[in-house]
Design a protein around this ligand. Structure first.
Ligand code: AMP
Length: 307
């Protein structure tokens, strides 16, 4: 198996200045695997849902080449539910409700057919569960990436540090990088965070793009300037899924390829925010993605003679 993702498969209820949804399908694992499916045809997901989760969504994921054997279905229990409300600037949000439900005592069980996985993407979950997955794989994948959030820094910093030691790539946003390092400068923050374990660090800056710290190099990718941002939920997960999906499909972990993977992730994230939840990701095709990648190339390409 090329890629294994671990993360929540959930119901979300979202409120933005543009509208409001009832319970729709969301979850970090859902966004990651759908995004990666644009590149990888051989991927699996480890997660858990209740028996209230729609069978059609699981069928749709299978149609996209995602093996859903690793999603445990807990009978008589409810799926994880998260609700959030965005402020007018669409950059910040308040969490209104978090009902852990089946995630409360999630024990990630890895199906036999997943154990030879080459690339691992650990979506935002308890660092203890993330570490369990790494330790349950008999052979270490070629590259392990993880996402996390301030919530885990607040309540489980020691666990988080233990898990961070085991991964190659950490993907977090600027606010989280500052909290984790205690440094405002992102360059200084990156140095401190990389001393904690991950040799590669990606700092997402929302509508201001993303930074890649790799060896002595720093690469910056902008976000595509969009006329309308409708719902940013899942953009970070979509970015991570696109990044790891691209790396896994090209089987190349070099710095040059990671730059391309960042653009792939950014292009997919730019679609994600155009509609509520996963809707836009289910509408687009490879041709749409190619057009957008081309726009990214145009956006950053220039020639200049040195003085
Ligand atoms: P993002 O916008 O990239 O931060 O991701 C939003 C997704 O993360 C939503 O679809 C939620 O279902 C999911 N989510 C929110 N809080 C948590 C949590 N504590 N654990 C796992 N997944 C979460």
């Amino acid at each position: 198996m090329r890629l294994l993702s671990v993360g929540s498969v959930a119901f979300d209820a979202i409120e933005t200045p543009f509208g409001k949804t009832d319970k729709i399908v969301g979850g970090a694992g859902t966004f990651i695997s759908l995004s990666a499916s644009f590149f990888v045809k051989d991927q699996g997901i480890v997660s858990v849902v209740g028996d209230d989760f729609p069978a059609e969504t699981l069928s749709y994921m299978q149609l996209k080449g995602i093996d859903t054997k690793g999603i445990q279905i807990k009978h008589g229990e409810k799926t994880f539910f998260w609700s959030g409300k965005y402020h007018n600037d669409m950059n910040s949000r308040d969490t209104l409700i978090t009902e852990l439900n089946v995630l409360e005592d999630f024990d990630p069980i890895i199906p036999e057919s997943y154990t030879n996985v080459e690339y691992l993407m650990l979506g935002n979950l308890s660092p203890h569960v993330q570490r369990n997955v790494i330790e349950r794989l008999p052979v270490r994948p070629k590259l392990i990436a993880m996402d996390t959030m301030n919530f885990w820094m607040d309540i489980a910093m020691d666990e988080l540090k233990k898990t961070m030691c085991l991964v190659d790539v950490l993907i977090i946003n600027d606010e989280e990088a500052r909290q984790l390092s205690g440094e405002y400068s992102l360059v200084r923050a990156a140095k401190i965070i990389r001393e904690m374990g991950p040799r590669i660090l990606i700092i997402k800056k929302g509508e201001h793009g993303a930074l890649l710290f790799h060896g002595e190099n720093i690469f910056f990718a902008p976000a595509l300037p969009l006329e309308e941002v409708f719902d940013p939920t899942g953009a970070g997960d979509t970015f991570a899924g696109g990044f790891m999906g691209y790396i896994a499909s090209t089987d190349d972990t070099s710095y040059e390829n990671m730059k391309r993977a960042i653009i792939a992730g950014s292009a997919l994230a730019s679609f994600c925010v155009e509609k509520f939840g996963t809707e836009r990701l289910t509408e687009i095709h490879t041709s749409d993605l190619n057009l957008r990648i081309h726009q990214f190339i145009q956006l950053t390409n220039f020639e200049m003679n040195l003085l």
